[in-house]
Design a protein around this ligand. Structure first.
Ligand SMILES: NC(=O)c1ccc[n+]([C@@H]2O[C@H](COP(=O)([O-])OP(=O)(O)OC[C@H]3O[C@@H](n4cnc5c(N)ncnc54)[C@H](OP(=O)(O)O)[C@@H]3O)[C@@H](O)[C@H]2O)c1
Length: 254
C-alpha cells in the first residue's frame, strides 16, 4: 500500500524538474495523478516513462495564468473522479537572471506582477477551483511551493520573494478558514534545489558558494522535495497543518 494509494492528486508545474520528480513519487506511492504545465511534450515524455508504474497518470496542458485553462483542467479531474484529494502548486515563473539581479529600487512594477501572476495568482486560482470539492469531501491537502527568502529575506530576487511570501499567507489562510472541513495546507520553503533552470547560468564558484549556504554543503535534489510532498499528502501527516516546512539542508533555522 503506497503513501497516497488511490488519492486523486493535481500537480501543476509538472514539466519542470521538481514537478516531474513529484509526479514520479506520487505515482510510485499509488496516487492517481493529474499533471499539468504548458510544455505538453515534456508531460508526454513523463507519461511514457511512467507507463508501467503502479497508479495512474493523466496529463493535460495547463496555463495557470489563464482562468479558462485552469477550469478546463480541474473540471476534467472532477468529472472523471468526482473528487480532488491533493493539489500541489509547483508552477513558478522561470528563473530570470535579469529580474533576479535587479536592485529593489530598479524593479519595475510590471516585473513584480508578472511573477506574482504565475506563482501567487496561479496558485490562488487553482486553490479556489478545488476548495468546493474538498469542502464537500470534508478533506483535502493543498501544498504551495515557497522559498527560504520568504522566511529569511535575501538581497536578490525581491520580486520572487514577494510572491513566495504571499503564498505563505495563502497557506495560513486556507488552514484557518478551511481546517473545519478537514482540509490541510502547507508551504514548502525550498532552498537551493539542483534543477537545470536554477544552476544553468552559475559558474562553478557560484554553484559551490550556494552549496555552502547549507551546513550539509550541498544542493538539494528534486526527489528530496518530492518525498516530503508525498508524505504531506498522505494520511500520516493528518495532524500537521498550516506549517511552512523548510527544505534547505539547514540553511535557515527558525
Ligand atoms: N530550484 C530551486 O532551487 C527552487 C528554489 C525555491 C523555489 N523553487 C520553486 O520550485 C518550483 C519549481 O521550480 P524548478 O526549479 O523545478 O523550475 P522549473 O523547471 O522552471 O519549473 C517551473 C514549472 O512551472 C511551470 N510554469 C511556469 N509558468 C507556468 C504557467 N503560466 N502555467 C503553468 N505552468 C507554468 C513550468 O512549466 P511550463 O513552462 O511547461 O508551463 C515548469 O513546469 C517553482 O515554483 C520555483 O519557484 C525552486
Amino acid at each position: 500500500m503506497g503513501l497516497v494509494e488511490g488519492k486523486v492528486c493535481i500537480v501543476t508545474g509538472a514539466s519542470g524538474e521538481i514537478g516531474s520528480a513529484t509526479v514520479r513519487e506520487l505515482v510510485k506511492e499509488g496516487g492517481i495523478v493529474y499533471a499539468g504545465a504548458r510544455r505538453f511534450d515534456k508531460l508526454r515524455r513523463l507519461e511514457e516513462e511512467l507507463n508501467n508504474v503502479r497508479g495512474k497518470l493523466f496529463t493535460n496542458p495547463l496555463d495557470v495564468t489563464d482562468e479558462k485553462s485552469i477550469s478546463q483542467f480541474i473540471d476534467k479531474v472532477i468529472k472523471d473522479k468526482a473528487r480532488v484529494d491533493c493539489l500541489v502548486n509547483i508552477a513558478g515563473y522561470p528563473m530570470d537572471e535579469q529580474i533576479w539581479n535587479k536592485h529593489l529600487h530598479q524593479l519595475r512594477e510590471e516585473e513584480i506582477t508578472r511573477i506574482f501572476n504565475v506563482d501567487f495568482m496561479g496558485s490562488f486560482r487553482c486553490v479556489t477551483k478545488v476548495l468546493p470539492s474538498m469542502m464537500k469531501q470534508k478533506n483535502g491537502v493543498i501544498i504551495n511551493i515557497s522559498s527560504n527568502p520568504a522566511i529569511a529575506g535575501h538581497d536578490k530576487g525581491a520580486a520572487y520573494t514577494f510572491a513566495k511570501t504571499a503564498l505563505i499567507g495563502l497557506t495560513k489562510h486556507i488552514t484557518r478558514e478551511y481546517g473545519r472541513y478537514g482540509i490541510r495546507a502547507y508551504s514548502l520553503a525550498l532552498g537551493n534545489i539542483k534543477t537545470h533552470p536554477t544552476v544553468r547560468s552559475l559558474t562553478k564558484e557560484e554553484f559551490d558558494k550556494l552549496a555552502g549556504e547549507s551546513p550539509m554543503l550541498r544542493w538539494g535534489e528534486p526527489a528530496e522535495v518530492a518525498a516530503v510532498i508525498a508524505f504531506l499528502c498522505s494520511d500520516k501527516a493528518s495532524f500537521i497543518n498550516g506549517q511552512t516546512i523548510i527544505i534547505d539542508g539547514g540553511a535557515v533555522l527558525v
